[in-house]
Design a protein around this ligand. Structure first.
Ligand SMILES: *[C@@H]1O[C@H](CO)[C@@H](O)[C@H](O)[C@H]1NC(C)=O
Ligand SMILES: *[C@@H]1O[C@H](CO)[C@@H](O)[C@H](O)[C@H]1NC(C)=O
Length: 273
């Protein structure tokens, strides 16, 4: 059984997560995953520290945290109607659900928009995904990237692949911003993050040079997100072994930056105003 090992911590109340599970029967709820999930496989690669960090961080979730999605997020309840792990395609029920969720966000009040799925629907340099040639699950990115762009998703998180990797802000296989650690201005691409190193075995990276990959780590770890306020977000990747930050970036921007028209990203602007 594979499970998702993303850890999101929102310290203030202005982040939105549109979370997608793929196979409800084997999906482990995010909030509970570090606490009660039975780790049936590969205990050899599992490290207790990872579990401790998850446990602490989940408990540290601030009471005022505003995390919402429609209909359910963070594993509070699984949306049982989504039972196919492949059907993300335009026209599918799941695609419509994702669009509904993304469209429901009022970026003035909830400026940070996070997409999350168990499997890699965006980008990963994982060796077996690379061998498939697409660096993603089949038909993920091809269909969903227009939604990420239209609704200006800041960050997309994935698990399933057991390592850590962060991409440049990217749209249609092009890095749209040369910046590495301090992002500001318009949302013209989404940052994709694989954070699957919460335990179990680790997954190999391909030797292929993936130009969109800014940071890779073959180790156990987790991500902490801190939204200080409506205009400042801090992303930190920490190794479980020492709790120290090994990769980080900030996003600073105003509402007008979210509204700004970008390539394939104007329609949402019209709806939001
Ligand atoms: C994307 O937005 C950033 C920040 O505003 C800007 O620096 C960059 O030139 C834009 N890239 C493209 C391809 O428009
Ligand atoms: C938002 O938080 C950041 C980081 O703490 C701070 O530098 C900035 O001044 C704050 N902005 C507003 C508008 O409060």
């Amino acid at each position: 059984m594979d499970y998702m090992l993303i850890l999101l911590l929102f310290l203030v109340s202005n982040a939105i997560v549109c979370k997608v599970s793929y196979a409800s029967s084997s999906y482990s709820p995010l909030v509970n995953s570090g606490l009660g999930h039975p780790h049936h496989h590969a205990p050899s690669g599992e490290q207790p520290l990872a579990k401790i960090a998850i446990h602490k961080t989940v408990l540290a979730l601030h009471k005022s945290a505003y995390i919402r999605a429609n209909p359910f997020i963070l594993g509070l309840k699984l949306h049982e109607h989504v039972d196919s792990e492949h059907d993300w395609r335009e026209g599918s029920e799941q695609y419509a659900w994702i669009e509904k969720c993304l469209a429901s966000v009022d970026r003035q009040k909830q400026p940070w928009l996070i997409f999350s799925a168990h499997r890699v629907l965006g980008y990963s340099s994982n060796s077996w995904l690379a061998n498939e040639g697409a660096f993603e699950e089949p038909m993920g990115r091809a269909h969903l990237q227009k939604l990420w762009q239209k609704y200006k998703v800041d960050i997309a998180f994935y698990g399933h692949v057991h390592n850590y990797e962060r991409t440049c802000p990217i749209y249609q296989n092009q890095c749209v911003n040369p910046e590495i650690s301090h992002y500001s201005g318009t949302v013209n691409g989404t940052i994709h993050v694989v954070v699957g190193g919460g335990g179990s075995h680790l997954s190999d990276f391909t030797e292929i040079n993936t130009f969109w990959s800014l940071y890779k780590d073959y180790d156990w770890g987790f991500v902490k997100l801190t939204a200080f306020n409506h205009s400042s977000l801090l992303f930190e990747y920490k190794k479980s072994s020492d709790g120290k930050v090994y990769d980080s970036f900030t996003i600073s921007r105003d509402y007008r930056d979210v509204l700004a028209c970008v390539h394939d990203g104007c329609e949402a602007t019209t709806l939001a105003t």
